[in-house]
Design a binder for this molecule. Structure first.
Ligand SMILES: NC(=O)c1ccc[n+]([C@@H]2O[C@H](COP(=O)([O-])OP(=O)(O)OC[C@H]3O[C@@H](n4cnc5c(N)ncnc54)[C@H](O)[C@@H]3O)[C@@H](O)[C@H]2O)c1
Length: 319
Protein backbone atom coordinates (compact mmCIF):
# COMPACT_ATOMS: atom_id res chain seq x y z
CA UNK A 1 0.00 0.00 0.00
CA UNK A 2 1.27 3.50 -0.91
CA UNK A 3 0.77 6.10 1.81
CA UNK A 4 1.81 9.74 1.69
CA UNK A 5 2.41 11.45 5.04
CA UNK A 6 2.57 15.24 5.28
CA UNK A 7 4.45 16.70 8.22
CA UNK A 8 6.75 13.66 7.96
CA UNK A 9 9.71 15.38 9.62
CA UNK A 10 7.60 16.38 12.62
CA UNK A 11 7.06 14.67 15.96
CA UNK A 12 4.03 12.54 15.09
CA UNK A 13 4.72 12.34 11.34
CA UNK A 14 8.19 10.83 11.71
CA UNK A 15 6.90 8.27 14.21
CA UNK A 16 4.06 7.44 11.83
CA UNK A 17 6.42 6.98 8.86
CA UNK A 18 8.59 4.56 10.88
CA UNK A 19 5.50 2.66 12.01
CA UNK A 20 3.99 2.42 8.50
CA UNK A 21 7.30 1.10 7.14
CA UNK A 22 7.31 -1.65 9.77
CA UNK A 23 3.80 -2.56 8.54
CA UNK A 24 5.14 -3.03 5.00
CA UNK A 25 3.71 0.17 3.45
CA UNK A 26 5.50 2.14 0.77
CA UNK A 27 5.73 5.63 2.24
CA UNK A 28 6.34 9.11 0.83
CA UNK A 29 7.04 11.81 3.41
CA UNK A 30 6.51 15.50 2.70
CA UNK A 31 7.71 18.38 4.83
CA UNK A 32 9.18 21.87 4.59
CA UNK A 33 11.15 21.64 7.88
CA UNK A 34 9.41 24.71 9.31
CA UNK A 35 9.19 22.92 12.69
CA UNK A 36 10.31 19.43 11.66
CA UNK A 37 13.85 18.07 11.94
CA UNK A 38 15.96 16.13 9.43
CA UNK A 39 17.25 14.02 12.34
CA UNK A 40 13.72 12.64 12.88
CA UNK A 41 13.82 11.10 9.39
CA UNK A 42 17.06 9.15 9.90
CA UNK A 43 15.33 5.80 10.48
CA UNK A 44 12.84 6.21 7.63
CA UNK A 45 15.38 7.39 5.05
CA UNK A 46 17.45 4.25 5.67
CA UNK A 47 14.44 2.19 4.52
CA UNK A 48 14.17 1.28 0.82
CA UNK A 49 10.41 1.76 0.79
CA UNK A 50 10.66 5.41 1.90
CA UNK A 51 11.06 8.53 -0.18
CA UNK A 52 11.10 12.14 0.95
CA UNK A 53 9.96 15.34 -0.74
CA UNK A 54 10.84 18.76 0.61
CA UNK A 55 7.77 20.79 -0.32
CA UNK A 56 5.98 23.78 1.16
CA UNK A 57 2.36 22.63 1.05
CA UNK A 58 1.19 26.22 0.75
CA UNK A 59 2.49 25.95 -2.83
CA UNK A 60 -0.45 24.25 -4.55
CA UNK A 61 1.35 23.41 -7.81
CA UNK A 62 4.25 21.68 -6.03
CA UNK A 63 1.81 19.85 -3.79
CA UNK A 64 -0.27 18.68 -6.75
CA UNK A 65 2.84 17.51 -8.64
CA UNK A 66 4.14 15.59 -5.62
CA UNK A 67 0.90 13.68 -5.11
CA UNK A 68 0.46 13.10 -8.86
CA UNK A 69 3.95 11.58 -9.08
CA UNK A 70 3.59 9.23 -6.08
CA UNK A 71 -0.12 8.35 -6.62
CA UNK A 72 -0.82 7.22 -3.04
CA UNK A 73 -3.93 5.26 -2.11
CA UNK A 74 -3.97 6.96 1.28
CA UNK A 75 -2.85 10.38 2.53
CA UNK A 76 -2.27 11.08 6.21
CA UNK A 77 -2.19 14.84 6.52
CA UNK A 78 -0.32 15.96 9.65
CA UNK A 79 1.45 19.11 8.46
CA UNK A 80 0.22 22.20 10.31
CA UNK A 81 1.28 24.82 12.76
CA UNK A 82 0.92 22.46 15.72
CA UNK A 83 1.32 25.05 18.46
CA UNK A 84 -2.06 26.16 19.75
CA UNK A 85 -0.67 28.72 22.16
CA UNK A 86 0.60 31.62 20.07
CA UNK A 87 -2.29 31.91 17.60
CA UNK A 88 -3.30 35.41 18.60
CA UNK A 89 0.25 36.66 17.91
CA UNK A 90 0.01 35.69 14.23
CA UNK A 91 -3.67 35.59 13.29
CA UNK A 92 -3.13 34.40 9.68
CA UNK A 93 -0.80 31.50 10.42
CA UNK A 94 -3.39 28.95 11.54
CA UNK A 95 -5.67 29.78 8.62
CA UNK A 96 -2.78 29.23 6.19
CA UNK A 97 -1.15 26.20 7.82
CA UNK A 98 -4.30 24.60 9.26
CA UNK A 99 -6.94 25.28 6.60
CA UNK A 100 -5.37 26.43 3.30
CA UNK A 101 -2.64 23.76 3.43
CA UNK A 102 -5.32 21.14 4.13
CA UNK A 103 -7.27 22.33 1.09
CA UNK A 104 -4.14 22.13 -1.07
CA UNK A 105 -3.41 18.57 0.06
CA UNK A 106 -7.06 17.51 -0.18
CA UNK A 107 -7.53 18.87 -3.71
CA UNK A 108 -4.20 17.36 -4.81
CA UNK A 109 -5.32 14.06 -3.30
CA UNK A 110 -8.58 14.19 -5.26
CA UNK A 111 -6.74 14.91 -8.51
CA UNK A 112 -4.34 12.01 -7.80
CA UNK A 113 -7.22 9.57 -7.19
CA UNK A 114 -6.56 9.09 -3.46
CA UNK A 115 -9.10 6.78 -1.78
CA UNK A 116 -8.56 7.60 1.92
CA UNK A 117 -7.67 10.95 3.47
CA UNK A 118 -6.73 11.01 7.17
CA UNK A 119 -6.34 14.22 9.14
CA UNK A 120 -4.92 15.22 12.52
CA UNK A 121 -7.54 17.41 14.14
CA UNK A 122 -7.60 18.25 17.81
CA UNK A 123 -9.63 17.92 21.00
CA UNK A 124 -9.32 21.71 21.18
CA UNK A 125 -12.22 21.98 18.70
CA UNK A 126 -14.54 21.37 21.68
CA UNK A 127 -13.43 24.72 23.16
CA UNK A 128 -14.50 24.53 26.80
CA UNK A 129 -17.04 21.69 26.72
CA UNK A 130 -19.57 21.00 29.48
CA UNK A 131 -19.65 17.20 29.04
CA UNK A 132 -16.80 15.06 30.42
CA UNK A 133 -15.49 12.82 29.09
CA UNK A 134 -16.33 14.72 25.91
CA UNK A 135 -17.84 12.58 23.10
CA UNK A 136 -17.62 13.35 19.38
CA UNK A 137 -21.31 14.30 19.52
CA UNK A 138 -20.81 17.03 22.15
CA UNK A 139 -21.97 20.44 20.92
CA UNK A 140 -19.19 23.01 20.68
CA UNK A 141 -20.68 26.36 19.83
CA UNK A 142 -17.68 28.42 20.97
CA UNK A 143 -14.16 28.21 19.55
CA UNK A 144 -11.43 29.38 21.92
CA UNK A 145 -8.37 29.30 19.64
CA UNK A 146 -7.52 30.19 16.05
CA UNK A 147 -5.69 26.84 15.86
CA UNK A 148 -8.82 24.82 16.59
CA UNK A 149 -11.01 27.10 14.44
CA UNK A 150 -8.67 26.42 11.49
CA UNK A 151 -8.74 22.66 12.20
CA UNK A 152 -12.54 22.69 12.36
CA UNK A 153 -12.73 24.44 8.99
CA UNK A 154 -10.41 21.73 7.61
CA UNK A 155 -12.65 19.01 9.07
CA UNK A 156 -15.54 20.61 7.18
CA UNK A 157 -13.60 20.54 3.90
CA UNK A 158 -12.77 16.86 4.37
CA UNK A 159 -16.41 15.99 5.08
CA UNK A 160 -17.52 17.93 1.99
CA UNK A 161 -14.91 16.18 -0.19
CA UNK A 162 -16.03 12.81 1.18
CA UNK A 163 -19.64 13.68 0.36
CA UNK A 164 -18.94 15.17 -3.04
CA UNK A 165 -16.11 13.08 -4.44
CA UNK A 166 -16.43 9.71 -2.72
CA UNK A 167 -13.02 9.88 -1.03
CA UNK A 168 -13.19 8.43 2.51
CA UNK A 169 -12.37 10.86 5.31
CA UNK A 170 -10.63 9.92 8.59
CA UNK A 171 -10.63 12.67 11.19
CA UNK A 172 -8.79 12.18 14.49
CA UNK A 173 -9.33 14.63 17.32
CA UNK A 174 -6.15 14.09 19.33
CA UNK A 175 -5.48 14.97 22.92
CA UNK A 176 -1.88 16.17 23.46
CA UNK A 177 0.65 13.58 22.35
CA UNK A 178 3.86 12.61 24.18
CA UNK A 179 6.83 10.36 23.40
CA UNK A 180 10.05 10.12 21.38
CA UNK A 181 10.79 13.17 19.17
CA UNK A 182 8.35 15.28 21.17
CA UNK A 183 9.39 18.86 20.48
CA UNK A 184 6.66 21.20 21.72
CA UNK A 185 4.18 21.33 24.60
CA UNK A 186 4.20 21.51 28.37
CA UNK A 187 6.79 18.77 29.06
CA UNK A 188 9.14 20.43 26.56
CA UNK A 189 8.59 23.86 28.12
CA UNK A 190 9.19 22.57 31.65
CA UNK A 191 12.33 20.68 30.58
CA UNK A 192 13.58 23.79 28.82
CA UNK A 193 12.98 26.01 31.82
CA UNK A 194 14.57 23.52 34.23
CA UNK A 195 17.56 23.20 31.92
CA UNK A 196 18.09 26.95 32.28
CA UNK A 197 17.21 27.24 35.97
CA UNK A 198 16.78 24.28 38.31
CA UNK A 199 15.98 26.42 41.37
CA UNK A 200 12.73 28.04 40.24
CA UNK A 201 10.07 27.23 37.70
CA UNK A 202 7.25 29.32 36.33
CA UNK A 203 3.98 27.41 35.91
CA UNK A 204 1.42 28.97 33.57
CA UNK A 205 -1.98 29.17 35.31
CA UNK A 206 -2.68 27.61 38.72
CA UNK A 207 -1.16 24.19 37.94
CA UNK A 208 -4.59 22.56 38.33
CA UNK A 209 -5.34 22.42 34.60
CA UNK A 210 -6.29 18.82 33.98
CA UNK A 211 -5.55 17.09 30.71
CA UNK A 212 -5.33 13.76 28.99
CA UNK A 213 -2.13 12.80 27.13
CA UNK A 214 -1.45 9.91 24.79
CA UNK A 215 1.84 8.26 23.86
CA UNK A 216 2.80 8.68 20.21
CA UNK A 217 3.14 4.90 19.75
CA UNK A 218 -0.54 4.54 20.72
CA UNK A 219 -1.45 7.44 18.43
CA UNK A 220 0.19 6.04 15.28
CA UNK A 221 -1.12 2.54 16.02
CA UNK A 222 -4.65 3.99 16.25
CA UNK A 223 -4.33 5.77 12.88
CA UNK A 224 -3.18 2.55 11.19
CA UNK A 225 -5.86 0.48 12.92
CA UNK A 226 -8.69 2.82 11.93
CA UNK A 227 -7.50 3.15 8.32
CA UNK A 228 -7.55 -0.63 8.06
CA UNK A 229 -10.84 -1.32 9.80
CA UNK A 230 -13.27 1.59 9.30
CA UNK A 231 -14.99 2.40 6.03
CA UNK A 232 -17.68 4.99 6.66
CA UNK A 233 -17.83 8.01 4.40
CA UNK A 234 -16.43 10.11 7.25
CA UNK A 235 -14.75 8.29 10.14
CA UNK A 236 -14.53 10.72 13.04
CA UNK A 237 -12.76 9.65 16.24
CA UNK A 238 -11.58 11.19 19.46
CA UNK A 239 -8.14 9.84 20.25
CA UNK A 240 -6.92 9.76 23.84
CA UNK A 241 -6.57 7.67 27.00
CA UNK A 242 -9.06 6.83 29.76
CA UNK A 243 -7.34 8.99 32.36
CA UNK A 244 -6.02 12.49 32.98
CA UNK A 245 -3.42 14.30 35.02
CA UNK A 246 -2.97 17.83 36.37
CA UNK A 247 -0.13 20.10 35.28
CA UNK A 248 1.23 19.94 38.84
CA UNK A 249 1.21 16.11 38.84
CA UNK A 250 2.96 16.10 35.50
CA UNK A 251 5.59 18.51 36.85
CA UNK A 252 6.06 16.18 39.86
CA UNK A 253 7.06 13.37 37.47
CA UNK A 254 9.33 15.64 35.43
CA UNK A 255 11.12 16.94 38.56
CA UNK A 256 11.52 13.40 39.91
CA UNK A 257 13.08 12.12 36.68
CA UNK A 258 15.34 15.19 36.44
CA UNK A 259 16.24 14.95 40.14
CA UNK A 260 15.30 18.58 40.76
CA UNK A 261 13.24 20.37 43.41
CA UNK A 262 12.43 23.78 41.96
CA UNK A 263 10.25 26.33 43.74
CA UNK A 264 7.05 26.70 41.72
CA UNK A 265 5.82 30.15 40.79
CA UNK A 266 2.30 30.19 39.38
CA UNK A 267 1.17 32.89 36.96
CA UNK A 268 -2.36 32.25 38.33
CA UNK A 269 -5.84 31.76 36.90
CA UNK A 270 -7.51 28.61 35.60
CA UNK A 271 -5.92 28.90 32.16
CA UNK A 272 -2.25 28.95 31.18
CA UNK A 273 -2.97 31.37 28.30
CA UNK A 274 -5.94 32.74 26.36
CA UNK A 275 -7.55 29.73 24.72
CA UNK A 276 -6.06 27.16 27.11
CA UNK A 277 -8.78 24.72 28.10
CA UNK A 278 -8.62 23.99 31.87
CA UNK A 279 -10.00 20.44 31.45
CA UNK A 280 -9.46 18.18 28.44
CA UNK A 281 -10.74 14.62 28.70
CA UNK A 282 -12.17 13.00 25.57
CA UNK A 283 -14.61 10.11 25.44
CA UNK A 284 -12.88 7.55 23.21
CA UNK A 285 -15.55 4.81 23.46
CA UNK A 286 -16.19 5.03 19.70
CA UNK A 287 -12.53 4.26 18.94
CA UNK A 288 -12.27 1.57 21.60
CA UNK A 289 -15.32 -0.16 20.13
CA UNK A 290 -13.20 -0.78 16.99
CA UNK A 291 -10.72 -2.80 19.08
CA UNK A 292 -8.03 -0.15 19.73
CA UNK A 293 -6.77 0.59 23.20
CA UNK A 294 -3.98 2.71 24.67
CA UNK A 295 -1.05 0.66 25.95
CA UNK A 296 0.88 3.29 27.85
CA UNK A 297 -0.35 5.22 30.90
CA UNK A 298 0.00 8.99 31.12
CA UNK A 299 2.61 8.72 33.89
CA UNK A 300 4.71 6.35 31.76
CA UNK A 301 4.31 8.68 28.78
CA UNK A 302 5.44 11.76 30.72
CA UNK A 303 8.41 9.85 32.12
CA UNK A 304 9.44 8.42 28.72
CA UNK A 305 9.14 11.87 27.16
CA UNK A 306 11.32 13.62 29.71
CA UNK A 307 13.90 10.82 29.45
CA UNK A 308 13.86 11.22 25.67
CA UNK A 309 14.43 14.98 25.97
CA UNK A 310 17.25 14.50 28.46
CA UNK A 311 18.92 12.08 26.04
CA UNK A 312 18.36 14.49 23.12
CA UNK A 313 19.11 17.88 24.59
CA UNK A 314 20.05 19.19 21.12
CA UNK A 315 16.30 19.62 20.72
CA UNK A 316 16.09 21.85 23.79
CA UNK A 317 19.16 23.81 22.69
CA UNK A 318 17.82 24.35 19.18
CA UNK A 319 14.61 26.00 20.38
N1 LIG B 1 1.42 17.00 19.17
C1 LIG B 1 0.19 17.09 19.69
O1 LIG B 1 0.01 17.01 20.91
C2 LIG B 1 -1.00 17.26 18.79
C3 LIG B 1 -2.28 17.29 19.36
C4 LIG B 1 -3.39 17.46 18.54
C5 LIG B 1 -3.21 17.59 17.16
N2 LIG B 1 -1.94 17.56 16.64
C6 LIG B 1 -1.78 17.71 15.20
O2 LIG B 1 -0.97 16.65 14.71
C7 LIG B 1 -0.18 17.12 13.62
C8 LIG B 1 1.28 16.82 13.87
O3 LIG B 1 1.69 17.51 15.04
P1 LIG B 1 3.17 17.41 15.60
O4 LIG B 1 3.08 17.51 17.07
O5 LIG B 1 3.86 16.28 15.00
O6 LIG B 1 3.78 18.79 15.09
P2 LIG B 1 5.18 19.11 14.43
O7 LIG B 1 5.32 20.60 14.41
O8 LIG B 1 6.26 18.32 15.07
O9 LIG B 1 4.95 18.56 12.96
C9 LIG B 1 4.33 19.30 11.95
C10 LIG B 1 5.18 19.13 10.72
O10 LIG B 1 4.56 19.80 9.61
C11 LIG B 1 5.54 20.48 8.87
N3 LIG B 1 4.90 21.59 8.17
C12 LIG B 1 4.23 22.63 8.72
N4 LIG B 1 3.78 23.43 7.75
C13 LIG B 1 4.16 22.89 6.57
C14 LIG B 1 3.99 23.26 5.21
N5 LIG B 1 3.37 24.41 4.86
N6 LIG B 1 4.50 22.47 4.25
C15 LIG B 1 5.15 21.33 4.57
N7 LIG B 1 5.36 20.92 5.85
C16 LIG B 1 4.85 21.70 6.83
C17 LIG B 1 6.56 20.94 9.91
O11 LIG B 1 7.83 21.23 9.39
C18 LIG B 1 6.57 19.75 10.87
O12 LIG B 1 7.56 18.81 10.50
C19 LIG B 1 -0.49 18.60 13.47
O13 LIG B 1 -1.48 18.76 12.48
C20 LIG B 1 -1.05 18.98 14.81
O14 LIG B 1 -1.91 20.09 14.74
C21 LIG B 1 -0.84 17.40 17.42
Amino acid sequence: MKILVTGAAGFIGSNLCDYLLTQGAQVAGVDNFSTGHREFLAQATAHKKFEFHEVDLLDFERTRETLAAFTPETVVHLAANADVRFGLQHPRKDLDQGTVVTFNVLESARLAGVKKFAFASTGSVYGEPVIFPTPETCPFPVQTSLYAAAKLAAEGLIAAYAEGYGMKGYIFRFVSILGDRYSHGHVFDFANKLHANSANIEVLGDGKQTKAYLHVSDCVAAIWHVLGSCNEKVNLFNLGPDEYITVDQSLDIICKVMGMHPKRQYTGGKRGWTGDSPFIFLDCARLKATGWKARKTISESVELTIRYLLGNDWLLKRR
